[in-house]
Design a protein around this ligand. Structure first.
Ligand SMILES: [Zn+2]
Length: 227
């Protein structure tokens, strides 16, 4: 662990680059509630908050429960002239499982359901020991890195907007009522927004490092302290 105002140009340890404009800053331990902003463009670099890890874990577990509800509860019901049909996403997936649309259904399930669930699982795996002040689990840096890489690909919000647009189109032809799974999806969108606002990747990386797991590439360069 480097001391205050120390940095290592070989590995980048102790330095922090602005993700928006690349300005390089020397990293400092921030007290809780203080925000670190880029000196050049004002982008927020770190914003540690008290109890944020427990809040993110709670939201990640909520995400897992909502994803289960979104898959297995009825998503919507279409009725016309007295005949109605309701289905869940799982039912849709089974109905198209061996047709031409199978790859599309698979992609939708992975992007809309699989990725948010996997991300929530990885966050719980990363943060659970850190929130209790214990030693992190094995491969914690890889787990958190993977969770950050999945972030742009979780598309629950886009799915809900797409469904809304499709419903407006179909609304003229038949009567549509939304099932519990639709509302679980809407809740999922709000939970993911809340989780993003609590989350500060810099603080989590710092906590992983402080707990003794190498994260800054020192483990990959021979002859440096973490190797
Ligand atoms: Zn900047």
């Amino acid at each position: 662990m480097l001391q205050q105002d120390e940095f290592d140009l070989k590995t980048g340890a102790g330095l922090i680059a602005c993700p928006r404009c690349d300005a390089l800053h020397v990293e400092e331990e921030l007290p809780e509630g203080v925000t670190a902003q880029c000196i050049r463009c004002g982008h927020v670099l770190a914003r540690p908050r008290a109890g944020a890890f427990s809040q993110i874990i709670a939201l990640a577990v909520t995400t897992l429960v909502l994803v289960l509800a979104a898959v297995f509860f009825p998503f919507l019901e279409i009725s016309r002239m007295g005949f109605g049909h309701g289905t869940s996403l799982f039912g849709v997936a089974l109905a198209f499982a061996d047709g031409l649309l199978a790859p599309l259904v698979l992609a939708v399930l992975v992007l809309v359901i699989g990725l948010p669930a996997a991300r929530a699982g990885l966050l719980v795996y990363t943060l659970l020991p850190l929130a209790r002040g214990r030693k992190p689990y094995a491969h914690v840096a890889r787990a958190f890195r993977l969770s950050e890489q999945m972030k742009p690909w979780s598309m629950a919000e886009i799915f809900i907007i797409g469904t809304g647009v499709a419903m407006v189109k179909v609304g003229g032809l038949a009567r549509i009522s939304f099932g519990p799974a639709f509302w679980a999806f809407v809740a999922l969108v709000f939970v993911s927004i809340a989780s993003r606002s609590f989350m500060c990747a810099t603080t989590i990386w710092d906590a992983i490092e402080d707990a003794g797991a190498p994260t800054d590439g020192r483990e990959k360069i021979e002859g440096t302290p973490g190797a």
